[in-house]
Design a protein around this ligand. Structure first.
Ligand code: DQA
Length: 142
């Protein structure tokens, strides 16, 4: 059974109340439930975590080494500038899929740059909570 770790970065705990016009009405917990249901159908095991702290995210990535087959990650705003998270992803040697609820390429210019994407297998951006479901299918096909 493939083991997947889904890591969510800062402010994603506020989904459902935060900028609903951009991120939708689904809470992070709603997404976690859907991801778990889909994972069961795909015979995959999923752990789903969130942190507002860069170092904690890095620790989770380090701990994932050797324990998970694929990492699905929404680094939130860290996407755009955290070289430390990028280096952790690279060091972990786990195939990683970057996800975003919004289409980061159609928003402010600073969001279109991801420093994490170059060390990922690929990026899924712009499908709301379904970005995670699509990523799960991509992980299953890896
Ligand atoms: C986000 C996009 C980021 O630019 C933003 O900082 C977020 C959420 C997304 O899922 O669309 O926190 O990662």
């Amino acid at each position: 059974m493939k083991k997947i770790l889904v890591v969510n970065g800062p402010n994603l705990n506020l989904l459902g109340t935060r900028e609903k016009d951009i991120y939708g009405r689904e809470t992070l917990n709603d997404i976690a439930v859907r991801v778990n249901e889909e994972a069961e159908k795909l015979s995959m095991f999923v752990d789903f975590v969130q942190s507002n702290h860069e170092g904690e995210i890095i620790d989770k990535i380090h701990d994932a080494r050797g324990k998970y087959d694929v990492l699905i990650m929404n680094p939130g705003a860290y996407t755009h500038y955290s070289i430390a998270i990028r280096d952790a992803v690279k060091a972990a040697e786990i195939p990683t899929i970057e996800v975003h609820l919004s289409n980061i390429h159609s928003r402010e210019e600073f969001r279109s740059k991801s420093v994490i994407a170059p060390v990922c297998v690929g990026q899924i951006s712009g499908f709301g909570g379904n970005s995670y479901i699509i990523a799960l299918h991509a992980a299953s096909a890896l």
